[in-house]
Design a protein around this ligand. Structure first.
Ligand code: UD1
Length: 420
């Protein structure tokens, strides 16, 4: 199993190009099931989760070609089955994104139940409720969601009582080929949902309300082949900006989408970073001590849960006390125990972490990555810890960060990947 060995204490400076967004690439790949012919995608990130989605589609008989620049052509016209197998779904919960498009296009779908994961039980009830509302018969048996809509799906009104990102995406993909109009209320407003809507509209879907809580979908008969460029990954960008805020130095991130990062940039400024935006570039400069920042996670446009772990790391080396509240997922504090092993002064009470930060408080320790964003927080901690930090089970980070050690090393970090 790969490990990362990080020598702490180096300031970072330089420039990076943001990769394509994982959380946009996954639903957009699933949307290829809806059209007749080819979907051509560029700016696809080179990540384990993306490979898993490609495997899910490939195992159903999709025809996929990928060049060295990660430009991808996918054709699902000759599918041989509509089954997302457990062996693949268990490694990536977002595989459930094929449910909506399969039902819409083929009137049937079998998707393995994702099961538990490191950041809580993460149920799929909202996804199933949407499909039922659109007229599908849905049962769960033998560890699989089995859904069918013999007479096709019918437009309806869907109200989410909890905001769900992939739930909203699944509902949109199911509704684009349904008969009549679907209105989704209390929809997720994440930029990745908008990216999916833009791609579907390019294919000929009729979706209005992008970026708002109410999305209206006028069903169409079919979608046509198109080419689409995946948006930049805002969480990757935010993670590198946080790294440089912790180590000191300066960074420019090109090809990013600054307007999707307002809540995070505000907190980095509050921590003492100087930030300048120029079109699609973000420049950050940090010198002096880090001010502690209070965080409470919430759906977009508020502070993303996917940056919570990284901000706990930042607060451990800030100058004073802070609180971080996690409101989206239960049990998303697995990184806290590992950060405590590295010298972080953190106590947990329910969904709140209280951090007593101190400059230079982190030191090396062998630690273990437990999920994707938790791994990122340990890498950031390793960058400022005294000595050499060894992070085990680093495969979690490869699910969501493209060449993380290469990118950080290009800024002056000293990170080595060891295999075995
Ligand atoms: C997506 C993102 C993930 C991010 C999360 C929250 C992708 C591929 N993943 O995950 O990176 O951390 O949004 O921004 O885009 N819930 C239910 N029932 C359901 C579905 C969700 O109760 O059927 C609950 C969840 O347990 C959670 C909340 O709804 O408490 C929000 O989760 P959701 O937005 O659905 O997360 P994902 O879409 O899985």
């Amino acid at each position: 199993m790969d490990k990362l060995i990080i020598e702490g204490g180096h300031q970072l400076s330089g420039s990076l190009k943001a990769s394509g967004a994982k959380n946009s690439a996954l639903p957009v790949l699933a949307s290829s099931l809806l059209l007749e012919g080819k979907l051509t995608l560029s700016n696809i990130p080179h990540l384990k989760d993306v490979t898993t989605m490609i495997e899910v589609l490939g195992s159903m008989g999709a025809n996929i070609t990928l060049d060295e620049e990660m430009n991808l052509e996918i054709d699902t016209s000759n599918l041989t089955n509509q089954i997302a197998r457990y062996e693949l779904v268990k490694t990536m919960r977002a595989s459930v994104l094929v449910l909506g498009p399969l039902l819409a296009k083929f009137g049937k779908a079998e998707v393995a139940l994702p099961g538990g994961c490191a950041i809580g039980s993460r149920p799929v009830n909202l996804h199933l409720d949407c499909m039922k509302k659109l007229g599908a018969e849905v049962v769960t048996e033998g560890g699989y969601i089995k859904a069918k809509a013999d007479k096709g799906l019918k437009g309806t009104e869907i109200l989410f009582d909890t905001i769900s990102v992939t739930g909203t995406e699944n509902a949109i993909m199911a509704a684009v080929l349904a008969e009549g109009t679907t209105i989704i209320k209390n929809a997720a407003r994440e930029p990745e949902v908008n990216d999916l809507i833009n791609c579907l509209n390019e294919m000929g879907a009729q979706i209005d309300g992008e970026g708002s809580k109410e999305i209206t979908i006028q069903g169409v008969k079919e979608l046509k082949p198109t080419s689409y460029e995946i948006m930049p990954d805002r969480i990757e960008t935010a993670t590198y900006l946080t790294a440089v805020t912790m180590t000191g130095g300066d960074i420019s991130i090109k090809n990013s989408m600054p307007k999707t990062l307002d809540s995070v940039l505000d907190k980095l400024k509050a921590a003492g970073a100087k930030i300048k935006i120029e079109k699609d570039s973000i420049h950050l400069k940090m010198d002096g001590s880090i001010k502690p920042v209070d965080i409470s996670t919430a759906p977009y446009p508020l502070f993303p849960t996917d940056m919570q772990a990284q901000f706990i790391s930042l607060n451990t080396v800030a100058d004073g006390r802070s609180s971080v509240v996690e409101t989206i997922f239960e049990n998303r504090f697995m990184h806290v125990q590992e950060l405590i092993r590295m010298g972080g002064n953190i106590s947990l009470s329910g969904n709140t972490a209280i951090i007593k930060g101190k400059k230079g408080s982190l030191h090396s320790a062998p630690v273990m990555a437990t999920d994707l964003r938790a791994s990122a927080s340990l890498v950031l901690a390793g960058l400022v810890a005294r000595g050499e930090t060894k992070i085990d089970r680093i495969y979690h980070i490869d699910r969501g960060y493209e060449r993380i050690e290469e990118k950080l090393n290009s800024l002056g970090a000293n990170i080595e990947r060891v295999t075995g």
